[in-house]
Design a protein around this ligand. Structure first.
Ligand code: F6R
Length: 239
């Protein structure tokens, strides 16, 4: 696992945005794995900025395919809180990605099979929960699970209530479909982003992890050969 620290969220996100643009220019049929949450918002805005301003070459998303990590169950895709809406608002509506090429876990499809049929994920972008969760793979998630139906734990429900529902826990969806740790590990390359002091403990644990620990889901990353962890100076860890 490689760790890189940048000054702030802007510089970290710029590094990743530049890398993604380079990969798309090199391989127009790039398969991207994407996350939601506050962490990748800056990255997505920089990708949008690049799309609007790039010229020679103009970044072309028309053949790129994207697979998102997770989506709530029981929320209409058009609802503002759905991850479909989040991605549309932050990225998909502003670049020339073909909407038929953007995928989310769905109870009606075998998501892992679909990813495999498309050749697998070239680059997976991840955030991390303060407790080490990845996607909706919470503490106790098995290492080899594929896309699965999960019950959100109270801490995640509370965090989501604060972020998206004015603190009202009753409005937060309690179930989600999430790529499993066993799905994510199949990506050819993984970049995990973590910003701010609230991620310090999780990154400290990740830094010292040597094998998978069911009490710390992010530790599954020790079993992948091409992982980069990108943090900002808010994350108080010596790297
Ligand atoms: C969402 C996802 C989650 C977030 C995590 C961190 O697709 O994968 O695991 O990455 O909850 O959330 P933020 O980025 O809001 O701190």
């Amino acid at each position: 696992m490689k760790f890189i620290k940048f000054k702030n969220e802007q510089e970290s996100s710029k590094y990743v945005a530049d890398l993604i643009v380079k990969k798309i220019n090199h391989n127009p049929k790039l398969i991207l794995g994407l996350a939601t949450g506050s962490t990748p918002v800056k990255l997505y805005s920089l990708l949008v900025e690049n799309y609007k301003t790039s010229t020679h070459p103009k970044t072309d998303w028309s053949h790129v395919k994207t697979f998102n990590l997770d989506e709530y169950i029981g929320v209409n895709y058009h609802d503002a809180v759905s991850y479909h809406s989040f991605m549309a608002k932050n990225l998909f509506n502003h670049v020339n990605v073909n909407h038929h090429n953007t995928f989310f876990p769905d109870p009606k499809i075998d998501y892992d099979e679909l990813i495999k049929e498309n050749g697998g994920i070239d680059l997976q972008i991840l955030g991390i929960g303060a407790n080490g969760h990845i996607g909706f793979n919470e503490v106790g998630s098995p290492q080899h699970s594929l896309t699965w139906l999960v019950d959100l734990v109270p801490a995640t429900i509370e965090a989501n209530a604060k972020k998206y529902f004015d603190g009202n826990i009753d409005l937060v969806p309690k179930k989600a479909l999430s790529m499993g740790l066993g799905s994510i590990i199949n990506a050819k390359e993984i970049i995990l982003l973590a910003f701010g002091a609230s991620k310090t403990e999780a990154i400290k644990k990740l830094k010292t992890a040597t094998k998978f620990d069911i009490n710390f889901p992010a530790s599954f990353l020790v079993n992948h050969k091409n992982v980069t962890i990108i943090v900002d100076e808010g994350v108080d860890v010596d790297l």
